[in-house]
Design a binder for this molecule. Sequence first.
Ligand code: CP
Length: 320
Amino acid sequence: MNEKKIRHMLNFKDYSSEELKRIIEKAIEIKKNPEKYSDILKNKTLIMLFQKTSTRTRLSFETAMTQLGGHAIYLDWRTTQFRIAEFIDEIRAVMRFGDILMFRALKHELLQDAARVATIPIINGLCNKYHPCQALGDMLTMVEKLGGNVNDVKGRKIIYLGIANNVSNSLVEVCTKLGMKITLCVPEKDPDAQDFELEAKARATGLYEETTDLSCIADADFVYTDTWINMEFFDEKGNVVPEFKEEFERRKRILMPYQLNTALLRKYNSKAKIMHDMPMHPGYEISREAIEHENSIIFDQAENRLHAQKAIILFLLGKI
Ligand code: CP
């Protein structure tokens, strides 16, 4: 029997440049003609399983399914039997109810476990190592700002400031596969996110660099940052909890020079567009002034999650 292999999106390791380009181009087309796709997923169900909180990922996937004529079901890990049962049994049962699964997992290994028993496509909605859907939304945003042609990102340059992490990993993958230069300007890396194979492949393209020298932003087209302050650091009143005080102060000391702010952009005469995947922590990795700056494209990035999700779902369901 010639069984068709189920395609997932856990990261971009098994994705060609042509496939990523096709997804971005489809996202652009759907964004321009949403009505053309309004019942393409009639009677199809996306199950969204969240082991961590979310605003944009949940909203963009749920709205995407509504606008494509399908339906999305939200499952919060904490209110399901995942808490008390074996993961592998619960996830196999979950997959019997839907056509496609989006899973935000604490650990990448759980996504891999799910993929091993998968009967439907699985989308990584963020894990400790990757955030592929974010990277595709970000690439869509950059393509749009450069005029709307995916090929125009070739030779352009993005700088990522702060801590190398799951978001920067997927950004590195998508940029280097589409011919865009990416420099991580990072004084440290999240050890839980580090992927040496991904770094080596990116470096081999000649498009990927690492530095701690902030002057790299001078000729950048885009400058991007992500959180380096964990929510666990704070109590409900916004005070730093005692057990994290030392780590909080250490991060501030090391990372504050890498804050994305307008003084930094002025210092290097940078005209770069300002990016952040959100949620943001104004006053830490980014200043309020940078968020509100005329070069900020942060809220376009947030909206583009929706258009990118549609293309991702259609790609994995074999509709494009
Ligand atoms: N950027 C992002 O994934 O946002 P959420 O965590 O709110 O989904």
